[in-house]
Design a protein around this ligand. Sequence first.
Ligand SMILES: C[S@@+](CC[C@H](N)C(=O)[O-])C[C@H]1O[C@@H](n2cnc3c(N)ncnc32)[C@H](O)[C@@H]1O
Length: 376
Amino acid sequence: MAEPADLVVALARSGYLTEPRWRDAFLAVPREEFVPPVAWAVPTDGTPPHPIDRQTGPARWRAAVYTDTAVVTQTDDGEGDPATGTGTGTSSASAPGMVAAFLELLDPYPGDRVLEIGTGTGWTAALLSTVLGSDAVTSIEVDDQVAGQASVNLGRIGLFPTLITGDGALGWKRGAPYDGIHVTCGVREVPLPWVEQTRPGGSIVLPWVPGFNHGHQVKLTALGDGRAVGRFAGGSTYMLMRAQRPAGPDFDGGGWREGATPLDPRRVTHAAPGAHVTISGMVPDVQAHGAAGADGTFQMWVWDGSSQARVAYDPGFERSGVEQRGPRDLWNEVEAAYLAWAGWGRPGRDRFGLTVTAAGHQVWLDAPDNQVAPTP
Ligand SMILES: C[S@@+](CC[C@H](N)C(=O)[O-])C[C@H]1O[C@@H](n2cnc3c(N)ncnc32)[C@H](O)[C@@H]1O
């Protein structure tokens, strides 16, 4: 049967867990107390997602608990049944590798006070409490039922961080200032209260998930003047913050405009993450999805709240067909952003950063004054 030590060894080997203090916390906090008896396991090693049931398949359940596996514990905001693998995941015990990566990115000092956004099962709050002490940790969860279960889970192992049920986008002013804000749900726009509630020099770590392919880990430093600035650190995809889930395209029936492009859309979809950061910075709010056909064809869709584009690559043709509708020629914007990135020498994700102010967020390359500006 899988044990906590197996997980720690695997995470150390994969490079997610390097610091002894987090290794000790992963050994001290039994993840099994945070995973429900019946749930949906999503292994990160490519094994297909599958249901887990502690009673009927204890070894499989335990393997999900003590391997690098995300466990979906709620779907459709509580309306669905996670064990069926259908619906949209809305709460989970996040994959341990990603949890370790974010905790190491936060890198708190002894004595730091940390606010977690997205309590979920309470596992991350337990790890933070083990290292910093329960008194130093506040965690906010938007969903009543999830928050209630987290409180039970944490209490069972004798950890009592401050748990708040509410909208984490507002932060928790009563406990401010914090030395760190640790965000465990995907964010498209960084809420300003997090910047205001972080002590100057303190950190905000979060999965920035703008919608164009995967998300990105970012560590911001609050400057005390209304700004938080920092660089991207790696990849990450998290369930989006409730209020920031994108609405589907809302069309008023405008017709398709047809065209063609010499740019192979596969190059855009499968580009290095730096390209996707550039596109998200230059074409804010754009979402994307690509799918390969068995016959060598490839389709890419891009959309925002009002416009949509479809690009079809066919190996038999020199150019890919483009169809666009809505007020924006979204494919043209995406194409221009991709080629701009290529023209800068294809910079890697770690050369990009994000600045957050009251005016919104701004992506930059190498230095905050070198902005990756939205297309006019
Ligand atoms: C991936 S789970 C968090 C995993 C968790 N940290 C753990 O260790 O189990 C994301 C959580 O964020 C919560 N969430 C989404 N939007 C939120 C918001 N606006 N404020 C607070 N929590 C939110 C979801 O309900 C969900 O429980």
